[in-house]
Design a binder for this molecule. Structure first.
Ligand SMILES: [Mn+2]
Length: 392
C-alpha cells in the first residue's frame, strides 16, 4: 500500500492525480492545508500499517514529525518527501528528503513535476505526452512561469480546479490523462472558464480600490481583504501599485495572511517567516497570529485606501516631458518632470523639492511611498496648466 499526503492546492492535487494514475486503488491520498499536515502524519504513525509507503508532497513537517519520520526510515520504514519550497531545503539532509527549487536547466520545479520525475525514473509509471503536458501546466501555474509565457491554459487549469470539488477534478483529470493523447479542455469547460474569467476581472477591479498602505518593518506593504483569487489578485495589485514592496492578503474568516510580491528585492518567505509562516520568495503565507493581526488588521483598519492613478488620460500621462501631475489627500499638488536627460525632479505645491531622481519611476516611487499621491485626471491637469499660463 501507498499513502500520499499532499497540499490542497493545484500542485498538491496534481501529485494526488499522478499517484492515483501510478498506483490505482493501492494508494490512499489525503490533501492538507499547511497547518493540518502534521496531524495527518501523526495519524499515520498511530493508525496506519507501518509497511505502507508514505509520500509527502508539496509540504513539509514540523520538527517533531521530522524526527519521527527519520526514526521510521531508519527502522526500515518507507518514506519519501518531495518538495520545492526553499524553506524545506534542510530536508535534503535526509535520505528520504528530496527538495529541489530549480532543476539542472535552471527551471523552477513544482511538487507535481518532482513526483512525475520520481515515478517515471523509479519505473512506477510510464511517461505519456498527455501527462507530461498536464504536469507542465501545473508547474507553470505554481511557479508563475505561465504569466511570463502568457500560458492561459495553465491559468485556466487552476481556475477549473477552483470551480469544481477536488474529487470531481481528480476524476476528470485521471480519465482524461488515461484516454487522451493530448491534454485539453472540453467545450463546456471552455464556456464556464470564460464566465469565470469575467467574474474574476470584476472582483480584482473592485479590490484595487480597497488597498491600504502601511509600513511593516523595513517594507511598505499594501493590505487588502480577500477570500478568492489570491495569486492573481496579489500579482495584479503588485503591478497596479509597484511602489509597494509586497501585498498582504487577509482572509479574516480563515485567519490567514498571504504575501505576494512582484519585486526581486523582496523575499516574502522571510516576511511570512517573521510571523511564523513560510513559502516562496514571491508567494508565502502565515496564520494570523496576534502580531500579524495587530500589524495588518488593527493598525490599518481606519487608514483610507489608496487611490488609483487615472487610467484614460491623453495629456496627463506618466513619463511625459511636459510633466505628470499628482495629488494626495492633503490636497497637495505634485508635478514630476524631467530636468534634463538624466534627472527628474518633483515640484510640491509649485516649489521644487530638494531630491532629484535618475528616472521617472524612481521619482514616482518616492512620491507614492512618502506622500501617497495619485495621477490626476486630464481635466485637473488642464486646469493646472491654464492657471500657470494666466499667471504668466
Ligand atoms: Mn507547490
Amino acid at each position: 500500500m501507498y499513502k500520499l499526503l499532499s497540499h490542497n492546492d493545484l500542485d498538491g492535487v496534481g501529485c494526488g492525480i499522478l499517484a492515483k494514475l501510478a498506483f490505482g486503488k493501492h494508494v490512499k491520498v489525503r490533501y492538507n492545508s499547511v497547518s493540518s499536515l502534521d496531524r495527518e502524519v501523526e495519524w499515520f504513525f498511530e493508525n496506519e500499517n507501518q509497511d505502507t509507503f508514505l509520500f509527502i508532497t508539496d509540504l513539509s513537517v514540523n520538527e517533531e514529525n521530522e524526527k519521527k519520520l527519520d526514526a521510521f526510515y531508519k527502522a526500515g520504514g518507507k518514506v519519501q518527501l518531495l518538495d520545492h519550497h526553499k524553506t524545506a531545503l534542510s530536508f535534503n539532509d535526509y535520505a528520504w528528503g528530496h527538495v529541489v527549487v530549480t532543476d539542472d536547466e535552471g527551471k523552477f520545479t513544482s511538487a507535481t513535476s518532482l513526483l512525475y520525475e520520481y515515478l517515471v525514473s523509479h519505473q512506477l509509471m510510464e511517461d505519456s505526452e498527455a501527462i507530461a503536458e498536464f504536469v507542465e501546466l501545473v508547474r507553470q501555474y505554481d511557479t508563475w512561469e505561465w504569466e511570463k509565457n502568457d500560458n492561459q491554459q495553465a491559468q485556466r487549469l487552476n481556475a477549473l480546479f477552483f470551480l469544481i470539488s477536488i474529487e470531481e477534478f481528480e476524476e476528470k483529470m485521471i480519465n482524461r490523462l488515461q484516454t487522451s493523447e493530448h491534454f485539453g479542455f472540453d467545450e463546456f469547460e471552455m464556456k464556464i472558464l470564460d464566465m469565470e474569467e469575467n467574474k474574476k476581472e470584476r472582483y480584482i477591479r473592485r479590490k484595487r480600490r480597497e488597498v491600504v498602505q502601511t509600513q511593516v518593518g523595513e517594507y511598505l506593504a499594501g493590505v487588502v481583504y480577500a477570500e478568492s483569487y489570491h495569486s492573481e489578485l496579489g500579482n495584479e495589485l503588485g503591478k497596479e501599485y509597484p511602489h509597494l514592496d509586497y501585498i498582504a492578503i487577509l482572509n479574516i474568516g480563515g485567519k490567514r495572511v498571504g504575501f505576494r510580491t512582484i519585486h526581486d528585492h523582496v523575499d516574502v518567505s522571510e516576511v511570512a517567516g517573521h510571523f511564523g509562516g513560510g513559502g516562496h520568495a514571491k508567494a508565502s503565507g502565515c496564520s494570523m497570529n496576534e502580531e500579524a493581526y495587530k500589524k495588518f488588521v488593527v493598525e490599518t483598519f481606519h487608514v483610507e485606501p489608496l487611490r488609483e492613478d487615472a487610467k484614460r488620460n491623453h495629456y496627463n500621462v506618466k513619463r511625459s516631458s511636459f510633466g505628470s501631475l499628482y495629488k494626495n489627500k492633503k490636497e497637495s499638488i505634485f508635478l514630476i518632470y524631467p530636468v534634463n536627460e538624466y534627472e527628474w525632479a518633483i515640484d510640491k505645491n509649485k516649489t521644487k523639492m530638494d531630491l532629484t531622481f535618475t528616472s521617472f519611476d524612481e521619482a514616482e516611487g518616492h512620491l507614492k511611498r512618502n506622500d501617497t499621491a495619485w495621477l490626476v485626471r486630464d481635466e485637473v491637469f488642464v486646469n493646472y496648466l491654464m492657471d500657470e499660463i494666466k499667471k504668466k
